[in-house]
Design a protein around this ligand. Sequence first.
Ligand SMILES: NC(=O)c1ccc[n+]([C@@H]2O[C@H](COP(=O)([O-])OP(=O)(O)OC[C@H]3O[C@@H](n4cnc5c(N)ncnc54)[C@H](O)[C@@H]3O)[C@@H](O)[C@H]2O)c1
Length: 269
Amino acid sequence: MSTAPRKLAISGASGRMGQRLVRLVRENPDFELTGALESPDSPNLGKDAGLVAGVGDIGVAVTSDFAAATAGAEAFLDFSTPDAVDENIVLAAEKKIPAIIGVTGLGEDTLGKLLAASQKIPILHAPNMSFGINLLYRTVEEIAGRLGREYDIEIIEAHHNKKKDAPSGTALAIFEKLRAARNYPEDSAKPGRVGAVGPRPRKEIGIHAVRAGAIVGDHTVLFAGPGEVIEVTHRAQSRDAFATGALKASLLMVGKAPGLYSFSDVMGF
Ligand SMILES: NC(=O)c1ccc[n+]([C@@H]2O[C@H](COP(=O)([O-])OP(=O)(O)OC[C@H]3O[C@@H](n4cnc5c(N)ncnc54)[C@H](O)[C@@H]3O)[C@@H](O)[C@H]2O)c1
């Protein structure tokens, strides 16, 4: 028996991730785009979201009005900016729409608003919604736990030259998992190294951000010990990796109890 498609509103609809989501929704009969939210400054306001994404007319105009964009939506997917999330999450809670937040680089205030909103609606917040990266989290946690402390750990990430935050939200999430596995202090992150840094302290995890060209998102965790190196690498080849995960997350969030969820709930870990 076929079920009605899930009605989705996408925020940041004419951005890189937003367009990819619009395309995937268009191709997948399990979903229907009912709203496309954009910045009040967007040159795409009033245009058809499908035309903006290059998949033809879908009868959904890009708007900067939250109420109009979310009318009739069962879930709200936000891939816009930290400032936009700061406002949108309050409005989503008022309207009782489950929210899937993919935006990275959220400040402490906004994270607090997410927590408050999660009393009213289910919220999934994940800096990386690819299945591969979420498996990498588990794999590197296990390796870090099993290897002795004599194995140094470094994280290297690479992204396109338009990315606004560094290190990536994903690199920071990997760091947190490794730090917990090793029981290192909170300040053990070492972003980049410059100058006469001296010998490497043991309880340190280096994080290095490469910004170049059109790289979608690479993350490598390197474990270097006596006479050997283990490297675990994930490479996103297209934004479909994240968009597919976000759509899967939207299926899970509809009908869920209010609360703050993570992508491991989507993976079933
Ligand atoms: N969680 C994941 O899996 C994942 C994957 C890729 C990117 N991201 C994150 O998603 C975010 C967007 O990435 P991107 O590469 O698509 O960026 P982008 O700059 O291409 O797109 C962002 C869009 O948001 C729009 N926007 C700005 N203000 C807005 C507002 N008030 N309301 C609605 N839309 C608004 C912009 O006009 C733009 O079109 C970033 O934070 C990025 O790090 C997360």
